[in-house]
Write a protein that binds this ligand. Structure first.
Ligand SMILES: NC(=O)c1ccc[n+]([C@@H]2O[C@H](COP(=O)([O-])OP(=O)(O)OC[C@H]3O[C@@H](n4cnc5c(N)ncnc54)[C@H](OP(=O)(O)O)[C@@H]3O)[C@@H](O)[C@H]2O)c1
Length: 303
């Protein structure tokens, strides 16, 4: 297949690039990796997806069979003030990719978020549940989904959550740093969701590419926890001696409101190509083992 990977330098984009380079994901070999592929990775330094003519020009360079959109403005707090930037990356960009993918007959994989939900429920959200985001990030991502549905026919919208991977910054790395430096941290215990290893998500994205199982997917690590419980496991698996204590959202105010409960049910994956997302603790433990090895190797190189 000829694949255009947008947002290729972000944490998920880099993970997907590595899968193509290695010919496998952390979970196996999805069908697409059994044959030769041409993958063009691109990021904002070469293509701003909010510019429709630039998107069209890139799509004109090659007959792409699929576009994978990992690009987004992901700083949830900054979105509250940088509304135009958030709108351009999270709403207008997906609209452009959807319109142009449709013109060229390409499939579109678009990554979205659990923050499209309000978060006042108590059972995991299914793909059929009604969206009502509470932050600018969530609202712009939701409009991005709407545009994808409106302008393309061959789309996979995959909502993920609490994403962490080997590349780029994320909650796991931040908590490792804070707890190593301070020997302690306070973390909110009244927001619940699904930690998701980017390797698991990359595997599922690649699995979908060779199918026509279009639609909306929830794609998150199996099981749920609070940020506090997540941090307890991060510290334990990283072997960091630190005291992690719980606090409430009220005690830790942030510019953007977060859903209190945004756990997702991977129903569509289960019913179509299969839900192979690992239980979140298992995926985190595997990540940590590999990441600590990478840290050791990097230290060795820097000596
Ligand atoms: N991270 C999470 O916890 C999380 C949770 C739920 C859903 N998601 C979704 O998962 C997807 C991947 O997230 P991620 O963590 O890999 O994000 P990321 O690391 O922030 O990567 C996003 C990439 O997109 C680029 N970008 C931003 N605006 C762009 C534009 N207008 N045109 C082209 N590229 C642009 C960014 O460049 P700059 O860095 O230069 O801005 C960055 O390289 C996103 O759709 C995100 O909304 C993430």
């Amino acid at each position: 297949m000829n694949i255009l990977l947008v947002g290729a330098k972000g944490q998920l984009g880099t993970e997907i690039t590595k899968c193509f380079e290695r010919g496998r994901t952390e979970l196996g070999v999805p069908k697409v990796l059994l044959s030769e592929n041409f993958v063009r990775g691109i990021d904002i330094d070469e293509l701003d997806i909010s510019d429709v003519s630039a998107v069209r020009a890139v799509m004109n360079e090659k007959k792409y069979d699929a576009v994978i959109n990992c690009a987004a403005y992901t700083n949830v707090n900054k979105c509250e003030t940088e509304r135009d930037l958030a709108f351009r990356a999270n709403s207008l960009g997906p609209r452009n990719l959807a319109m142009v993918s449709e013109e060229f007959g390409a499939k579109l994989v678009h990554v979205s978020t659990d923050y499209v939900f309000t978060g006042d429920g108590s059972v995991p959200y299914a793909e059929y549940d009604v969206c009502a985001p509470v932050s600018v990030y969530g609202k712009t991502k939701f409009l991005g989904e709407e545009y994808v549905k409106q302008f393309s026919t061959k789309y996979f919208i995959i909502r993920t959550a609490w994403l962490y991977g080997y590349y780029g910054n994320n909650f796991v790395k931040t908590m490792m740093k804070i707890n190593r430096e301070n020997g302690a941290s306070r973390v909110v215990c009244d927001q619940r969701g699904n930690p998701t290893n980017a390797a698991d998500l990359a595997h599922h994205i690649l699995k979908l590419l060779t199918t026509d199982e279009y639609g909306i997917y929830h794609g998150t690590g199996n099981g749920e926890c609070s940020w506090y419980e997540f941090t307890e496991k991060i510290v334990e698996y990283a072997g960091i001696k630190a005291s992690v204590s719980p606090c409430t959202t009220d005690e830790y105010p942030t510019p953007a409101k977060r859903p209190a409960y945004s756990s997702l049910d991977n129903m569509m994956f289960r019913q179509t190509v299969g839900d192979e997302f690992r239980p979140w603790e298992e995926a985190l433990s595997c990540f940590m083992k590999n990441y600590l090895e990478m840290e050791k190797e990097n230290k060795g190189e820097n000596k």
